[in-house]
Design a protein around this ligand. Structure first.
Ligand code: BGC
Length: 756
């Protein structure tokens, strides 16, 4: 017990000293001066966030603002923040400007203290709510690209567009690690590996926030959703997660820790429970862990309606007032209410009754005001004229296309079926062939991303891109079944078309979905689609599957029918073009799975399962026995190329590490042994051979991507610090335990030892 407290203290001191070393005191004087003038009502208003939807009439087809309601919110209730959009779909810059101008006019011309309003949106993979914007792959696709450049470019370019509309807060990135493939928000994660979430998350935040969030090219990022949201046991959105502290610390915490150290300005809280305790009401997590241990100084906002849900869903509060009490006690700064003034009224009562101190309120209001100063809102709350030309940054199309290209994962390519020769006769079929939402996923012009009317005219579906690339005369098409499972063609009709073609391209996968509407009961690919694929089993022509999906929908029984399988993990609006380029060999695929592609719905082991999950009873620990229990259809890190790569000369700068500050360098040579230029992503794994808690069979500890010409070799180096070898022990202390560790890259191994 003593040891734990002592160690926790040490960690606390360490993080505190990190924060104290670079105290963010800028604007403290301005904030304090303003705070002194504020009434309690004005303070609580600042902590209230409402959705713009309540200030717009959705029954009207046209964009409109209910000005009286909006004025009331800002002038009468001093509302500090507004989110979302007017009518749940993308808007023009002019519409955005009308909204922001109206809001800021009320705030700065009609309120006593002229405090500007902070506006936030979910621009989670590009400028999702700006009409005709080009969208990047979802984070899962960026994870598969293994290229941090796209995480940062997505952040940077999205920030430029967002700021041009006058909005200065983006609710991204998602830093949860995708551990449950059923989860409807799995595509919003960077994948199954903590390392991917950590490195990609930092790159994205750095891109989003730039050098300073005051710049007209930057916005504030938001780490989502602290913490453990993705660990849901049922796989259903916003449900309970049972996460032991050892796993919370080893798997879920590191991306947030790195993001805090990278300067993330805000955080949104997990809507679910961990071990039965809703995170919104969990002081240990929101204050002890987030503030004291990680040293986070920024703004913490609840998620959508989550205070009310403490009453009607989580059942930890008898009424709304107790729920408000719980979240304030736990440590939130802003309530995404988002429909009414319940938080405002109840928080006010709680302070007046003395149950919540005004000092506690001041703490949150300070953070909110500080962010507003940092974002330059006090200097100019309106859309900045100089930012307007950045609405559609000219690099976005190319950056999103490059990201889409590198996100695609070639899972199977028997007999080198791909790439196809241009001019080959192809029959294209399947529900995702001519359907943009499957390529782009959630938050694509609408929340669910399913309304095709809002997709830009220039964005090509897979079919359109294949026609453009291969000549329309060489392409025939029948939908087969649609995305809802309705049969559109008879087997006979399909087989007739197949008989006339050289290749059959079957486009399978999922519709777009976000949050609860994306819940599924079965990870299997829809039966209607499996049936469609099975029609071609005896067609006598090579079958190619394109899987346009955000989760590993199980295809084990139909996989043998296909010679080649190309995964398109929600590659965004440039995805159709990128897929056609890969199919016809203009682009050499280079994505690697950011998750395990499972074989069976009841065998959902992650790549880093514990030893006892993957090692056979005879206990033989040799690395190549990983296949004994971890036997997915395609493992984490799998991905083929049209060229081949070989690895040699794995070396370590030393085999003995001594003391917590020590580090070593790992190098390995990768050679392009094929005939084509290609990009190769190299994954580094480390195994703790003996630990006091059953260790992970292997942990992903690094990745890097290189372009290699035929015959070219490159030496790759990774630095591995003792602090990269940590695990959390039974006392919940995170440390590096002395002993042997195995370093592995592409089947090559080296053993090193650590001693204190
Ligand atoms: C989601 C968040 C999102 C928020 C605002 C919630 O339902 O969980 O990720 O940022 O809505 O749109």
């Amino acid at each position: 017990m003593f040891k734990k407290t002592f160690y926790t203290l040490l960690i606390g001191l360490f993080s505190a000293s990190f924060v104290l070393a670079q105290p963010n005191t800028k604007y403290n004087a301005e904030v304090d001066a303003l705070l002194k003038q504020m009434t309690l009502e004005e303070k609580i208003g600042q902590m209230t966030q409402l959705t713009f939807g309540i200030f717009s009439d959705n029954s009207q087809p046209k964009f409109n603002i209910r000005k009286d309601d909006l004025r009331k919110a800002i002038v009468q209730f001093n509302v500090g923040s507004i989110l979302n959009n007017a009518q749940d779909h993308a808007q023009t810059m002019d519409e955005w400007h009308q909204m922001i101008n109206t809001i800021q006019d009320y705030a700065t011309k009609e309120t006593r203290l002229k405090i500007p309003v902070l506006y936030g949106v979910d621009a989670i993979h590009g400028a999702t709510y700006i009409t005709n914007s080009t969208l990047f792959p979802q984070q899962i696709g960026v994870g598969c690209s293994r290229n941090t450049l796209y995480a940062s470019e997505m952040g940077r370019l999205t920030a430029m567009s967002t700021r041009a509309t006058g909005v200065r807060w983006n609710f991204a990135p998602v830093l949860e690690v995708g551990r449950s493939p059923l989860w409807s928000r799995f595509p919003e994660t960077f994948g199954e590996s903590t390392q991917l979430a950590q490195e990609m998350g930092v790159a994205n935040i750095t891109g989003t926030q730039g050098k300073s969030v005051a710049d007209i090219t930057a916005v504030a990022a938001c780490m989502k959703h602290f913490i453990g949201y993705s660990g849901t046991n049922s796989g259903k959105d916003r449900t309970n997660a049972y996460i032991p502290e050892t796993i919370l610390r080893d798997v879920y915490l590191p991306p947030f820790r790195s993001a805090v150290n990278a300067g993330a300005k805000t955080v949104m809280i997990n809507s679910g429970d961990i071990n039965g305790i809703p995170v919104h009401a969990n002081k240990k997590i929101l204050t002890d862990l987030l503030r004291k241990e990680l040293g986070f100084e920024g703004l913490a906002v609840t998620d959508w309606e989550d205070i009310t849900k403490l009453v009607n869903r989580h059942r930890v509060a008898v009424n709304q007032k107790e729920a408000v009490y719980l979240v304030l006690e736990a440590g939130i700064d802003m309530a995404m209410v988002p429909y009414d003034y319940s938080f405002y009224g109840l928080a006010l009562q709680l302070v007046k009754e003395g149950r919540i101190s005004e000092a506690r309120i001041d703490e949150s209001v300070r953070r909110i005001l500080k962010l507003k100063y940092e974002l330059g809102l006090f200097a100019n709350p309106y859309p900045e004229k100089a930012a307007i030309p950045n609405l559609y940054p000219k690099e976005t199309d190319q950056a999103a296309l490059n990201a889409a290209r590198e996100s695609l994962v070639l899972l199977k390519n028997n007999d080198a079926t791909l790439p196809l020769k241009k001019g080959a006769k192809v029959f294209v079929t399947g529900p995702t062939a001519n359907y943009m939402p499957s390529l782009s996923g959630s938050w694509s012009y609408t929340w669910q991303g399913t309304n095709t009317a809002f997709y830009p005219k220039g964005a090509q579906t897979i079919l359109q891109a294949i026609q453009a690339k291969n000549g329309a005369a060489n392409v025939t098409y029948k939908e087969g079944v649609d995305i809802k499972g309705e049969v559109k063609s008879t087997d006979q009709e399909l087989l007739v078309e197949a008989s006339k073609a050289d290749y059959i391209i079957v486009c399978l996968g999922e519709d777009a979905y976000a949050e609860i509407p994306g819940n599924i009961d079965d990870l299997n690919l829809a039966p209607s689609q499996k049936r469609l694929a099975a029609v071609f089993e005896k067609a006598g022509k090579p079958v190619i599957y394109v899987l346009a999906e955000g989760r590993p929908r199980i295809i084990t029984d139909i996989e043998p029918i296909a010679k080649s399988v190309l995964l398109a993990p929600q590659p965004g609006t440039q995805g159709g073009t990128a897929i056609a380029e890969v199919l016809f060999g203009e682009v050499n695929p280079s994505g690697k799975l950011a998750f395990t592609y499972h074989k069976a719905p009841n065998d959902l082991l992650t790549y880093d399962a514990n030893y006892s999950d993957v090692v056979p009873e005879n206990g033989n620990l040799s690395a190549n026995q990983v296949g004994i229990q971890y036997r997915p259809l395609y493992p984490f890190g799998h991905g083929l190329s049209y060229t081949t790569f070989a690895y040699s000369n794995l070396t370590v700068s030393k085999t003995q590490l001594v003391g917590e500050a020590d580090a070593l360098t790992i190098s390995v040579t990768v050679t392009n042994t094929g005939k084509l230029e290609g990009k190769e992503a190299t994954d580094l794994f480390v195994t703790d051979l003996v630990a006091s808690v059953n260790p992970a069979y292997r942990k992903h500890k690094g990745f890097v991507k290189n372009t290699l010409k035929p015959g070219e070799s490159k030496t790759i180096t990774f630095t591995l610090k003792v602090s990269d070898l940590t695990m959390t022990n039974a006392q919940n202390i995170t440390l590096t335990e002395p002993g042997d560790f195995l370093i592995h890259i592409a089947g090559l191994e080296k053993t090193i030892n650590y001693k204190k």
